[in-house]
Design a protein around this ligand. Sequence first.
Ligand code: KG4
Ligand code: ZN
Length: 337
Amino acid sequence: MNILGIESSCDETAAAVVENGRKVKSNIVASSLEEHKIYGGVVPEIASRRHAEAISGVVSEALAQSGCALGDIDAVAVTFAPGLIGSLLVGVNFAKGLAVSSEKPLVPVHHLRSHVASNYISSDIEPPFLCLIVSGGHSHIVAVNGYTDFKIIGKTRDDAAGEALDKAGRVMGLEYPGGISIDKISPSGNADAYAFPHPKISGAPYDYSFSGLKTAVINAVHNAEQKGEKINIPDLAASFQKNVVACLLSNLEKAAEDFGYKKIVLAGGVSANSLLRSESKALCRRHKWRLYLPELKYCGDNAAMAASQGYYEFLAGVRAGADLNAYATMPIDIVKF
Ligand code: KG4
Ligand code: ZN
């Protein structure tokens, strides 16, 4: 089965063709990231305008590069939630038009489920497994017990890990997105130079809280400024990153031990982080757990992962009609449309 995937939840306009959920035949991504950099974050209005301009060409290119004609496509899968509503609507409406006019089934796909599926196109992993999903908007520990069977074990109470890295990067005067800048600059810094708290939530051992860390980094910069001291940005970045990674992995370790998972999976934009990748490898080696990491090209937003998850949703009988809407928020475990 060939699934055409369409993804437009944030600032990437993407389309891809994937065969049987695993074999990527094409994967086209057009990003408006450069335009957002001067604002220090994604400007929703700009992102949706760029999606509207790019989507038709991106989908045509994905079909052309896959070697498939529209007639060879068995279903159209589209990200419908969660994300920026104006951005999502562009992909959803394009997919609806395409599905109706070509009489193909329309399969709505949850964006975080797609991030999990980035592993299906990177390796031969099959559920059940425990997955740490870390993106710009979410930090979840999820038990993936089947391709469409998700149970949230833990999640952030405030900021997502990516959001915390991006905000910290901004305070440090680094280029947006801060997560990528901090990853780049950290090897030249001393990760033990600054101490950060390790927030714990009583009664919720798998939940995260990152907003306090963000405040701590802001305070470190302001205190230094007030004292007329020069802050060492690589040291600060390396220390902050070390702390975020330690927080992410300590809850993941506890969840894997408590629930008995021996297959560990990472997903989402922050799974591209070099320290998170190396530390999760070390953690899994210590416990003799099997670790799966998405290929770097599938960590950020793309449509190959949406087409992959779309295939499994299709097999599970998930279909939407021409009344499909987009939703800014939606839990990964209870998907409604
Ligand atoms: O999954 P994603 O592309 O979009 C969302 O669904 O949110 O994740 C974007 C997030 C941003 O916060 C970005 O800073 C972070 O992923 N990110 C990274 C790295 N690459 C992207 N964070 C740390 N290290 C990286 N190498
Ligand atoms: Zn994403």
